[in-house]
Design a protein around this ligand. Structure first.
Ligand SMILES: [Zn+2]
Length: 649
């Protein structure tokens, strides 16, 4: 099993990634902290709030907001000192530890606002989700501090976990329930990784097994039982963010895990859940879990994923819709869901090193995920549409549900953990490169230097700083590369390809050895799946891992609406090195056309439908920007899929 190389072994030094990571540290995290302070979220953990106090009543989400900030900042501090951030993290930890109740419970809402109702509404509130994020923060802080013997934060969270071990399970007197929004399962498995406490696996597995089951001795669905116990009628009760009562599919709880054949419901929840399912499958050997994961993964990737790697096509419930139904303007494609794809793919690569999985990881990383944060780190996307009209979508520096900003910061500051894997083959160390990001990585006895201009240029070179032990080097060949070349010291070298990865024969590398991979990054048009009716007759543009979009700020000012623009699938796609807000990028220039009003319509386009006749078009020059970089230059419109022109530019 190829284990991911820990972020603690990776030092990123990348002209592409460093500015994003720095923006998250210097701008996003201080901004998030100040927002949590000013909104009252942060200090609520001091448990001073009383009923009748002015201001906002503490929300069930706030535990997760604090936990995610502490976790994201802990990752950042591991890489770079920052006294103010360190003080904030320590304050957060002191507050959390101080907020722990005698029995181990931690949770602002049920300590202050509804103290008698703990664990009573797990289906729709985020009690265990919040606990999970604080637990993940404790595990991350523990790792970033070098796993100290005495770790007050981790000890507090172990006490919290002891409480939920006691509270939940199949035994008499225990609660036979599980959380709506999955997260605690992931956190338990991370605690297991650092403590080896197998009770974590057992409880995570209990939550996975119970989900959606109604068979005896259960007396129905756990959430129907819980609703009745608190005085709600399950046939009529539903919080505003559920589509309807008893929509347990929204939380992937409509059927037991082994009976689920389609990916449904809230897309972030689905990704967190499936990630934890892989974790538990690998810890227990429960292979039937992996069958379900593979079935749902295939459904998602084949029929429910946007060309950007975004998932979640139904805005109203933030989740998956029918197969091949992928609206552009109303897509949800939550930033957290793209981060969830990172979690899931990282785990799937433990099961099998397969470039089809890594290609999806890379696609979501450079597109759906990275679009979630502005280039300056000062604003965020919660949802990531693939087209906008009338400048309807703007980044924001604050959301009432504040999940995405801190989530993307914790991801960016742990990116090193998503790049490499190691295992052994016939007792020889094998080093796998999943993603090409400049920097250094320590594997076995040696430190590897990765030099690359990815994603703008397809050449990557690898070398060792000191002589390595015998090692099998395994490199991902991206699925989008029409051709590639692997050289060892400028000579074509033998390699075997399996599942899209090229394995070089075992070798002891010395510092004079240079291995290079060159992947063809020629820009190309993509056509949509024929069943995706929203994109019929449209084209999108991809160059290497980057998906491109047309943004109105770059176009001829005489184009009144991007919906009028058409592209020519035969026109040359010309890469142009430029910059957006000082960020070096490669844009694509191409000839296209724009629909003109018929003479009798003048400039009005006022006549909605008309008898079919040729539509006048005029040729225009078009500039396409990387999708992740759109929305950074004031109000603008954007489109990824463009109608194909009937004329040739
Ligand atoms: Zn989110």
């Amino acid at each position: 099993m190829a284990q991911p190389v820990s972020f603690t072994k990776v030092k990123i030094s990348s002209s592409f990634w460093d500015p994003h990571i720095q923006a998250s540290r210097k701008e996003s995290l201080p901004l998030i902290f100040s927002r949590l302070k000013s909104y009252g979220t942060w200090d609520a953990m001091r448990l001073k709030w009383k009923k009748g106090d002015p201001g906002v009543t503490p929300d069930i989400l706030w535990d997760s907001d604090i936990g995610k900030y502490v976790e994201a900042a802990s990752y950042a501090l591991y890489h770079e000192k920052d006294p103010e951030m360190e003080a904030a993290v320590n304050d957060g930890i002191d507050m959390i530890v101080g907020a722990q109740q005698n029995d181990g419970y931690i949770g602002i809402y049920h300590t202050l606002v509804e103290p008698g109702k703990r664990w009573s509404s797990l289906a729709h509130n985020l009690e265990l989700y919040g606990g999970g994020h604080i637990l993940e923060a404790a595990v991350t802080r523990h790792i970033t501090l070098g796993c100290p013997e005495n770790d007050e934060f981790l000890e507090a969270m172990k006490k919290y976990v002891d409480l939920i071990f006691k509270e939940f399970g199949p035994g008499e007197g225990q609660r036979h329930d599980y959380p709506g929004h999955q997260e605690i399962e992931l956190a338990l498995m991370r605690l297991y990784d650092v403590t080896g406490d197998h009770r974590c696996v057992s409880l995570a597995q209990y939550f996975i097994e119970e989900r959606g089951r109604t068979d005896p001795p259960r007396e129905g669905h756990a959430w129907d039982i819980a609703a009745r116990a608190r005085g709600d009628d399950p046939d009529t009760f539903f919080p505003y963010y559920w589509p309807r009562p008893r929509c347990y599919w929204h939380m992937q709880a409509h059927a037991p895990i082994r009976e689920q054949k389609e990916i449904v419901g809230h897309s972030v929840q689905a990704m967190y859940w499936l990630s934890s399912v892989v974790d538990v499958a690998l810890a227990t050997g429960e292979e039937s879990y992996l069958d379900t994961v593979e079935t749902l993964w295939k459904d998602m990737v084949d029929a429910k994923m946007y060309v950007t790697g975004g998932i979640g096509s139904v805005h109203i419930y933030e989740g998956f819709g029918p197969r091949y139904d992928l609206p552009n303007e109303t897509s949800y494609a939550e930033t957290c869901a793209a981060i969830g794809i990172m979690f899931l793919t990282q785990r799937l690569l433990k099961v099998r090193v397969d470039a089809k999985v890594t290609d999806v990881m890379e696609l979501a990383l450079y597109n759906a995920l990275l679009a979630g944060i502005s280039l300056d780190g000062k604003s965020f996307n919660y949802d990531n549409p693939l087209a906008t009209v009338a400048c309807s979508h703007r980044r924001s520096e604050w959301f009432k549900v504040f999940c995405c900003p801190s989530n993307i910061c914790r991801f960016l500051n742990s990116l090193g953990g998503y790049l490499y894997g190691t295992d052994s083959a016939d007792s020889t160390l094998r080093f796998t490169v999943h993603n090409y990001v400049g920097g250094e990585v320590t594997v076995g006895k040696s430190t590897w230097v990765v030099d690359t201009q990815w994603p703008w240029h397809g050449r990557t070179s690898l070398s060792v700083k000191e002589e390595s032990e015998p090692i099998i080097l395994r490199l991902r060949i991206p699925g989008w590369a029409k051709s590639y070349k692997i050289l060892l010291n400028d000579q074509v070298t033998d390699h075997e390809v399996a599942y899209g990865y090229a394995s070089l024969p075992a070798r002891t590398y010395t510092p004079s050895d240079i291995i290079t991979l060159t992947a063809d990054m020629t820009a190309e048009y993509l056509i949509p799946h024929p069943l995706v009716h929203q994109n019929r007759g449209c084209l999108a543009i991809r160059r290497g891992p980057i998906i491109y979009a047309l943004e109105s700020v770059d176009q001829d000012p005489n184009i009144p609406d991007l919906r009028l623009v058409r592209v020519d699938g035969n026109a040359a796609l010309v890469p142009v090195e430029t910059a957006i807000l000082d960020k070096p990028v490669i844009c694509i220039r191409a000839r296209g056309s724009v629909i003109e009003p018929l003479p009798e319509e003048k400039a009005s386009f006022g006549q909605k439908d008309r008898v079919a006749k040729p539509v006048p078009e005029r040729s225009v020059d078009l500039t396409f920007v990387p999708y992740f970089a759109w929305g950074n230059r004031g109000p603008s419109d954007m489109r990824v899929w463009m109608q194909e022109s009937s004329i040739r530019g």
